[in-house]
Design a protein around this ligand. Sequence first.
Ligand code: C2E
Ligand code: MG
Ligand code: MG
Length: 282
Amino acid sequence: MRGPAAPGRGPARRPGIPGAARRGAAHARVLQHELRHALASGQFHLVYQPICSVEDGRTRSFEALLRWEHPILGSIEPQRFIGLAERSGLILDIGDWVFRAAAAECLRLRRSSGREVRIAVNVTQLQLASRPTTQLWVRHLQDIGLPCEAMTLEITERTMSQWPELVAGHLAQLAASGLRISIDDFGTGYSNLAMLAQLHPHSLKLDASLVRGLGACERSRTIAHAVVSMAHRLHMQVVAEGVEVPAQARISRELGCDLGQGWWYSRPLSPGQLLHSLAAAA
Ligand code: C2E
Ligand code: MG
Ligand code: MG
């Protein structure tokens, strides 16, 4: 049987922090360190998931999703590093890269398809708080000749409810310049419904956890139905997120959702596949 470690020998133990939590913190530190070099060494790329009409399944727009391919650690999911990037401030540079890369893709697609393609990017609190960043985006769009309406900023409901005054003031200015606003993951945060009245977002994305409940749960359908009615009366479109099976697509349509996103419609695509996705819809 092993006794307690002798003082001064073996790895130092911090009382009260379980091994798994300590390993998690160490891992986070490694990721954060790697994150600092990822942008400069070209380890990021974007994939684009179609957002489709629930009526005919045709691609209406795309959401840009960030991918990190580390040379040794392999693929790292956004949910493992976006929070770290936000806490360290790196999200400002990374998010700027995402916006510009997605805008360039949007312009390319518009030119090659002749259609009014729209692309959405996800933005966090810190990015919204940084007025210079978002002002530069508007200027950048003017410089490259892409109308602001082509780009949508997806902001989670949680972000909007955590920092209402700042986000509302800043978002209102961005929206006035023509950028579209979409409320992401609706139904998972504390819904700040008053902000919907102030902000005039263009769309609202019903979170996948609600969509998943639609088939089996009458109460989920009632909630979703109420959200759709509210959104439509506020002239917002509703996107059902995380649609994986035909029943979810059918019920989303029956409930009046306008658009759907999820594996049932399409997995996220590489840039080379986007024209085909649009062409299949034409
Ligand atoms: P999100 O904005 O809600 O994006 C949707 C997520 O659901 C994506 O995961 C997408 O791949 C996944 N998804 C789509 N359809 C289905 C489906 O049918 N079933 C399931 N199970 N999942 C589906 P991903 O790409 O891992 O992104 C996760 C989150 O990371 C995003 O959630 C977003 O909050 C954040 N994120 C991704 N890219 C960026 C970025 O460029 N900037 C920022 N700030 N956040 C990002
Ligand atoms: Mg999103
Ligand atoms: Mg979402």
